[in-house]
Design a protein around this ligand. Structure first.
Ligand code: COA
Length: 376
């Protein structure tokens, strides 16, 4: 038997697996959403507006945006059966595990589940993007024995999420923060979770299955699970003077610093500067400037020692802390923004109509002799 000689690109490094018009990660430190540099749109479009852009390839008119956003907000309610299940989980169950379990269940309550036409998928897309934040918000309220809060149509979609989660009307800075936070998490080329979402639906499976796969990928610590661990690190480091020794200690035993490094960027992650600025403003307001200073010092030390820069998860972690989001909900907040990007990719992939089916290099044996069980 001839040995297989396929070239393996470990971690699929530098492999282009599909074409996309949705977003582009430029190694030189730029990120584009549907042709717009994200730096140009940041703070000038709401989260819902950016979602519209990635789904329809154009920025909406005022009327298109208000129709789109109203349709999302009107879908933020959950089926009673899902709420009942949210109440049944133990507080020790991780929100990401719960979210990943609830998506297929939600799908079973969707009248369009079995219809994979483009028009049905657009309806499902709205429902999913609307209901993911509600699952997260309701879970938090249930855990705190607090009443569930319905959305308020006077608030934009992203602000509703924060309102339903925390149970108080977000002020201007909080509304700006959650919109920018979700905007900056919306999409990022073929991230690991986006790849598995596309791979799942390349079999012409349904949108709920694509999202379930993506959630499983996102929670890993090399991906969106990093932000939770950044918060652990910020808690572990009590004083700014301890940072140098803490970082060196991890590097000495070849442990990674969470929230740092990226497969593609050779320069600053373009999202970092916006998140850093939000982080400073929020921490200043919440009298938590020591947290911001700690984060900046960690950034400085890691850059000096290892020449590695922060990624989206680093300052996002401090932002969530300053907003009062419990640590275990960190990755679920990431998911609340990225789910809209996954959906854009899923719909794009479904239309490409080709199964993703790579090969592997076989390293096992051939022609082994069978020995019956009584002789083994
Ligand atoms: C994001 C990440 C998975 C990218 O991985 P990758 O492209 O496969 O890069 P590699 O694992 O090949 O890393 C290249 C080198 O940088 C080092 N490195 C990368 N990220 C590092 C980090 N966060 N801390 C310390 N060292 C790091 C690796 O150890 C490796 O060093 P070596 O060549 O001496 O072995 C990686 O940077 C990482 O694990 N970061 C921490 C987790 C995180 O923040 N994830 C969120 C991503 S948005």
């Amino acid at each position: 038997m001839e040995e297989s000689q396929e070239e393996i690109k470990r971690g699929l490094k530098d492999v282009a697996a599909c074409e996309t018009r949705i977003s582009h990660v430029d190694p030189k430190g730029q990120l584009y959403y549907a042709g717009y540099n994200t730096d140009v749109l940041v703070g000038r479009v709401s989260f819902a507006e950016a979602v519209y852009l990635t789904w329809f390839d154009n920025l909406p008119s005022q009327k298109e945006l208000s129709d789109f956003e109203s349709s999302i907000i009107s879908e933020m309610n959950l089926p009673e059966a899902v709420i009942k299940r949210l109440k049944s989980y133990s507080n020790s169950n991780h929100p990401m595990d719960i979210l990943q379990s609830e998506i297929p269940y939600l799908g079973m309550h969707d009248p369009d589940l079995g219809d994979n036409s483009d028009s049905a998928n657009r309806k499902k897309a709205i429902r999913i993007v609307a209901k993911v934040p509600t699952i997260i918000a309701n879970l938090n309220r249930i855990r705190n024995n607090e009443p569930l809060i319905p959305p308020d149509d006077k608030l934009d979609f992203a602000s509703n999420f924060l309102y339903m989660f925390l149970g108080k009307y977000p002020d201007e800075l909080e509304r700006e923060t959650i919109n920018k936070y979700m905007y900056l998490h919306l999409d990022h080329g073929l991230a690991a979770s986006t790849f598995v979402a596309r791979s799942t639906v390349s079999t012409q499976s349904d949108i709920y299955s694509g999202i379930t796969s993506a959630l499983g990928s996102l929670k890993g610590k090399f991906h969106g699970g990093a932000n939770e661990r950044v918060r652990g690190m910020l808690n572990e480091i009590k004083n700014i003077e301890d940072i140098e020794a803490y970082i060196q200690g991890r590097l000495d035993v070849k442990k990674r610093i969470m929230g740092f490094g990226h497969r593609i960027y050779q320069a600053d992650d373009p999202r970092t500067k916006h998140l850093r600025e939000l982080c400073e403003n929020l921490c200043r307001r919440a009298n938590k400037l020591d947290l911001y200073e700690k984060s900046k010092e960690i950034e400085f030390v890691v850059l000096n020692k290892k020449n590695i820069r922060p990624n989206v998860d680093f300052y996002a972690a401090t932002i969530l802390d300053a907003l009062g989001i419990p640590v275990t909900f960190s990755t679920a907040f990431f998911a609340s923004g990225r789910v809209a990007g996954w959906i854009a990719h899923i719909i794009e992939e479904l239309n490409q109509r080709i199964i993703m089916r790579p090969t592997s290099r076989y390293t096992g044996k051939y022609g082994r002799e069978f020995i019956s069980i009584d002789k083994r």
